[in-house]
Design a protein around this ligand. Sequence first.
Ligand code: EPZ
Length: 419
Amino acid sequence: MDKIVIQGGRRLKGTVEVSGAKNAALPILFSSILTEGWNQFCRIPELRDINTTCKLLSKLGLVIERKKGSIRISSNAMRSYTATYDLVKTMRASVLVMGPLLARVKKAKVSLPGGCAIGARPINLHLKAFEQMGAKIDIKEGYVIAKAKKLHGAKIHFDTVTVTGTENVMMAAVLANGETIIENAAQEPEVTDLAEALSKMGAEIQGAGTNTMTIQGVKELQGCDHEVIADRIEAGTFLIAAAMTGGDVRIQRIPPSYLEALILKLREAGVTITEEADAIHVVGHLPVKAVDLITAPFPGFATDFQAQFMALMTMAKGTSVITENIFENRFLHAQELMRMGANIRIEGRKAIIQGVPRLSGAPVMASDLRASAALIIAGLMAKGITEIHRVYHIDRGYERIEKKFRKLGARIKRIKVKY
Ligand code: EPZ
């Protein structure tokens, strides 16, 4: 298992290019179950979650040809409809296999994902929607077994905005009989990107990117060529890291419109940000000012930036209050930041952070993907050496992260550890 070692104190400077979005690439790869013929997807990041998805899809019988940054994929030889425990337990997004399987072969057997480090994360809303579309759902021996004689359109109203729930229902609806309306749909750019890929395959979708989507089912879909959008969470992580170090960084190949809520908060904290057509230029000034924030579905402040922003606030001037409204347990990084000298108090869904002049390096443990990024950001400005353990979390969602930070001047390296 690897660890990441950072010697803090360097101001980040230079340019960095954003990779393709993990959370767009995953549903789009699963959508290839829906089509006849070959799909060609590019700007696919090299990540562990992408490897897991390819493994799962090949177990179903899909043929996958992978080159650096692109994937050709065909479902013509699909022979199975089961997503097994060993894969689902390593990646919850495996549940995205359910909508397309139900649509294409009218059955799916998927290991029920358990809770995870950031919360209980049930999939009840996915299952309720499939039932409304005519599927029968059973849960047996840890597996969800979904079957439908015919899948039909339905009016789905999500009680809570759910990203993968919306995506799963979209993929079921494109081949269902008749019209599906999804109300209180997720509006994340990754959902819109999936809609775009499905439309290229021949699906009829209206309203993607708004809170109501209307989908007319079609008889069949054909393979398509599609380039995945930029990873806004990776881009935002670099924005926050630049702010943390008082740096001067240009983040390229990212539409600023994906990051408006974060950009507003960073400006409030005193960071200078210039938006360009497909890039963001950030200049940090230390110390940043403490600001409060509340996480919310897109276009609100993303929960996937909460940990990184908390790292920034640990060295801000003043006190900030961060309210986590999406996941009930997404504060595990706070304990690790406190080991580095941060002053944080957790009260239910609120974290109260009193800025300190400087963190100090320490050995810390990553609890989930974005928590790992937060610890790197903290380590970049801490005095001395920070060692981050369990970095396999970071490889799930950040492509070559230490190389990208090194290019910006950070003293960061990965070390192989034998336990
Ligand atoms: C997606 O997870 C992302 N994952 C997450 O990215 C992200 O944090 C999250 O959306 C919120 O933006 C992918 O896109 C693969 P939700 P998802 O369903 O879809 C509750 C990362 O670091 N809920 O939108 O699983 C749920 O418990 C991550 O890349 C139900 O109650 O999240 C949560 O409180 C981690 N029942 C809220 O809704 C359901 O059936 C939003 O979750 C479904 C969700």
